[in-house]
Write a protein that binds this ligand. Structure first.
Ligand SMILES: [Zn+2]
Length: 233
């Protein structure tokens, strides 16, 4: 089947197979076209008012045309193009055209662009904030579960002799630069509790011991960081 740009050959069939066939046909057609000496498109050709068909066409034609352009393989693109196409209106808007230019010039990941377009109306600042919030929520959830079992941490906290024998100020000094703030409240490393932990576990039938600092945000109930080493017991 020959693909004719702008002919309306694109089918809005929702079936996955139809999408895959569509994308394969489009991509193959453009690989072929370029082989015949067609000049690549410019990102500036992705402009408000062109059809969604045309936008996809230009988008593909911009890919793989230089180190400052998005590099795609057919299989990679085949997985993502149906979602991109579904996120576009017909004709495309300025916001959509701009987002496509960002993807094709590698200023934004294509996955981010697709999510951004699906979440319209939203600014890029809003998108970044949403992503930060999601990441913080994810971080908080895993820190709440804990890097180590909580009873181990609490036991270490209550072991005054163990804590006295390790200088938390020195530990903090050593790792301050690499310690992130608490994702729950923003508390900095120096304002969190540094507790020395020795924890034996079993991995793959061999004993494994962690020894080092676990950084706690006590108001949030999070194990924010650990700095130490694992040794085979
Ligand atoms: Zn906190």
């Amino acid at each position: 089947m020959e693909y004719q740009p702008g002919s309306g050959a694109r089918r809005r069939a929702r079936g996955g197979d139809a999408d895959v066939r569509f994308v394969s046909a489009v991509y193959a057609a453009f690989s072929h076209a370029r082989g015949n000496g067609h000049p690549p498109s410019s990102p500036q050709d992705l402009a408000q008012g062109i059809s969604s068909n045309g936008a996809i066409e230009v988008f593909i034609n911009c890919c793989n045309t230089g180190t400052d352009r998005l590099f795609v393989t057919e299989s990679w693109l085949t997985l993502r193009l149906p979602a991109l196409r579904d996120a576009l209106s017909d004709p495309i808007s300025e916001v959509q055209a701009h987002a496509l230019r960002l993807a094709v010039t590698k200023a934004r990941h294509l996955g981010d662009v697709i999510t951004f377009l699906k979440a319209q109306p939203l600014t890029w600042d809003g998108y970044d904030e949403m992503k930060r919030d999601l990441r913080a929520a994810h971080d908080c959830a895993s820190m709440e579960r804990g890097l180590f079992p909580w009873p181990v941490i609490i036991q270490a906290l209550n072991d005054e002799a163990l804590q006295r024998s390790h200088d938390s100020a020195a530990g903090m000094q050593q790792h301050l630069a690499e310690c992130r703030p608490c994702p729950g409240c923003g508390r900095e490393a120096a304002d969190m509790r540094w507790v020395w932990v020795r924890y034996s576990t079993v991995r793959s039938l061999r004993g494994c011991v962690f020894e080092g600092w676990v950084v706690l945000c006590r108001p949030c109930g999070l194990q924010v960081e650990r700095f130490g080493r694992y040794t085979m017991a």
